[in-house]
Design a protein around this ligand. Structure first.
Ligand SMILES: C[S@@+](CC[C@H](N)C(=O)[O-])C[C@H]1O[C@@H](n2cnc3c(N)ncnc32)[C@H](O)[C@@H]1O
Length: 257
């Protein structure tokens, strides 16, 4: 049984060897887009990339490729990188999927590019739980951007304390997933050891299968984001709000210097 506790305790985080089951299990990956609903969070990224005139984009932790495929359909050169093969298979099958270069690997295993821009949507930045993993991801992204290229990503604001809502959210929800059927989900574990929060969700399928996915996320404040970007060769040009989640997210725009 996954943990259910809200006691803060000192923790030496270790970077998970592989992404959460939600992204790597084929059956769960096939549900991801339905669970995530309307992706109006991605409009903001499209607008920022347009402001910067980006024609080539690296989507780090692209998952099921919602942004990557939509950018490719607009004629941009897009590379999507993710260590979850099952998510990449969903991405590849979408309209525009055949125009994207898909790379199965982690942020630290990025291909050599001279990209205009890199993005991390859906709070991918928070999956890097150790300082080493986060620094390694930023350095790899810097290497793959051209000088003057732009990195755009979001990370939840710790002062907003979203985990308090998550801890209280134990209600069961139900989704109808095309090709899969009805899926019932509920949170079955929650542990807070700031700056880390771990939660586990259970997914019950109509055929009786039950799968569980556990995630650990790291919260970084604005000063930490700025100093780690600076160390990796970026200059923060702006930190915006996410229009669809005001007050909840840092949307960081940083230049490769
Ligand atoms: C919340 S999902 C976001 C997916 C996508 N960006 C979106 O907006 O839908 C987090 C993604 O990060 C990926 N991920 C986990 N560890 C990673 C790593 N070390 N490098 C790159 N991506 C990683 C997961 O496989 C998953 O697809």
């Amino acid at each position: 049984m996954p943990p259910r506790s809200t006691a803060a305790h000192p923790l030496q985080p270790t970077q998970p060897a592989r992404p959460d089951a939600l992204y790597t299990d084929p059956r769960l990956a096939a549900c991801y887009d339905t669970f995530d609903g309307e992706r109006d969070d991605l409009d903001h990224y499209r607008a920022i990339l347009g402001e910067h005139g980006a024609r080539s984009v690296l989507d780090v932790g692209c998952g099921t490729g919602s942004l990557a495929t939509s950018l490719a359909l607009e004629g941009l050169a897009v590379t999507g990188v993710d260590p979850a093969r099952a998510s990449l298979e969903i991405a590849r099958a979408k309209p525009g999927g055949d125009a994207v270069t898909w790379v199965h690997g982690t942020a630290e295993e990025l291909p050599t590019l001279e990209a205009d821009a890199a993005v991390m949507t859906g709070n991918v930045a928070q999956v890097f739980v150790t300082d080493e993993a986060w620094a390694g991801a930023l350095q790899a992204i810097r290497r793959t951007l051209r000088d003057g290229g732009v990195l755009v990503f979001e990370s939840r604001r710790p002062e907003r304390r979203a985990w308090e809502e998550w801890a209280a959210d134990t209600a069961e929800s139900e989704h109808e997933v095309q090709g899969i059927g009805r899926v019932r989900t509920r949170q079955v574990g929650f542990e807070m050891a700031l700056p880390l929060v771990t939660f586990a969700d259970e997914f019950r399928f109509e055929d009786g299968t039950t799968l569980t996915s556990s995630s650990t996320l790291r919260w970084r404040n604005e000063a930490e984001l700025r100093s780690t970007l600076d160390d990796a060769g970026f200059a923060v040009s702006e930190i915006r709000e996410a229009p669809d989640r005001p007050g909840r997210e840092f949307v960081v725009i940083a230049r490769a210097v």
